[in-house]
Design a protein around this ligand. Structure first.
Ligand code: DAV
Length: 371
């Protein structure tokens, strides 16, 4: 036996099993036990700000400018709400416990020392909260319209804390003008990536990180800066390795429609944004996502059509996919998975799909190395 300086046995730390914790998730694929599913109640166009054009589809800028601070079209919100209900039923039927946030006012103007804004929604828990191991972290989001977003989850966060979870929040950003590149111009679809966030203070969205046990893959984006990634790296400590990868994406925001680890040894990639499989994933089976099939006329206020990649794993086999996305359903079967279809196209309009709409609070598993 090896003894340390104090004469205690120097053994490796115990492999922490998530079953002992109310919050516990190390990967994107361990068996899902509890999940938060977002809500579209009160969802609205945010106050216009220069952080939006770098990521919104070009044909949506005028809509966002003219409807800033007003609700999204009620019939679309209603259709998305019905799809969320279907999604919840499917998850529950598959044995997953589903939790929901509490609506907070979104169209109410709030102010800090430097600026005013209205909110947006509590539809995408994946962006606002990051679960790593037994800890749940409130993210320092770069959009002023998302400044208070985590308040919708506070009843759940308090409950998880009382049950033994570790609950933390990154330093609350100021989001002053210095946080945004005031000279930002659009590099164009093929141009070099030019991010609108500066390194003034740490900001990140959880959706710019994807978890593979001890290895966490990250990207800088129009909401996540190097300062934010460094904060998280130091906060998480030596147990985790954060790898920052670069993709061919002139307008990056969130990694979960670009690089999607689905199971140990199985990786889904965007066929254009990931022209070469990152060396880290050497030896993994890689599938390029099939072309998305969302029709051109379907409103997508905030994203590209590549939301087809934004899937949710229930375990190493079952995967939730959009019901009308036949090419993806076929591709998933061929890749060895069991697709579970769910209608979600109306929800997609608001900027995300199954991965964005969820936060996996607990997946049964232990901390392992997969890369
Ligand atoms: O492809 O427009 C979507 C990511 C949403 N969290 C895209 C990025």
């Amino acid at each position: 036996m090896i003894l340390d300086d104090l004469g205690n046995p120097n053994e490796p730390p115990p492999r922490r099993d998530t079953s002992a914790y109310p919050v516990g998730s190390y990967t994107e694929w361990d068996p899902l036990e509890e999940v938060i599913v977002g809500i579209v109640d009160g969802a609205g166009f945010p106050t216009w700000h220069m952080s939006l054009p770098p990521v919104l589809p070009a044909d949506q800028h005028d809509t966002f400018r003219s409807r800033a601070g007003r609700p999204f079209p009620p019939e679309q919100v209603e259709a998305a709400r019905r799809e969320l209900e279907q999604f919840v039923h499917i998850l529950e039927a598959e044995g997953v416990t589903v939790r929901r946030p509490e609506p907070i006012p979104q169209q109410q103007t709030y102010r800090t020392l430097d600026w005013t804004s209205t909110g947006m929604y509590a539809a995408m828990p994946r962006d606002a909260l990051l679960v790593v191991g037994d800890e749940i972290i409130e993210c320092p989001m770069a959009w002023r319209s998302r400044y208070f977003e985590t308040l919708a989850y506070r009843p759940l966060l308090k409950e998880y804390f009382h049950a033994g979870a570790r609950w933390s929040a990154a330093p609350k950003p100021e989001l002053k003008d210095e946080q945004y590149d005031q000279d930002w111009t659009d590099p164009g679809a093929d141009g070099p990536t030019r991010l609108v966030v500066t390194e003034f203070e740490p900001t990140f969205d959880a959706a710019d990180f994807t978890r593979c046990g001890r290895d966490i893959i990250a990207q800088t984006s129009n909401v996540t800066n190097t300062f934010g990634i460094e904060w998280l790296r130091r906060h998480l400590g030596d147990e985790y390795r954060i790898h920052v990868l670069e993709f061919k994406d002139a307008h990056p925001m969130h990694i979960d429609a670009t690089l999607v680890p689905m199971a140990p040894g199985k990786l889904l990639i965007h066929p254009e944004r990931v022209p070469e499989v990152p060396k880290l994933f050497k030896g993994w089976d890689v599938m390029a996502a099939p072309q998305p099939v969302i029709p051109d006329g379907h409103p997508l206020y905030m994203t590209s059509k590549w939301l087809n990649m934004n899937i949710l794993m229930l375990d190493e086999e079952r995967v939730i996919v959009e019901r009308r996305d036949e090419p993806m359903i076929t591709a998933m079967r061929r890749f060895g998975f069991t697709p579970i279809p769910c209608d979600f196209r109306n929800f997609n309009s608001f900027g995300g799909s199954f991965h964005c709409a969820t936060l996996d609070v607990r997946r049964r598993g232990t901390l392992e190395s997969y890369l």
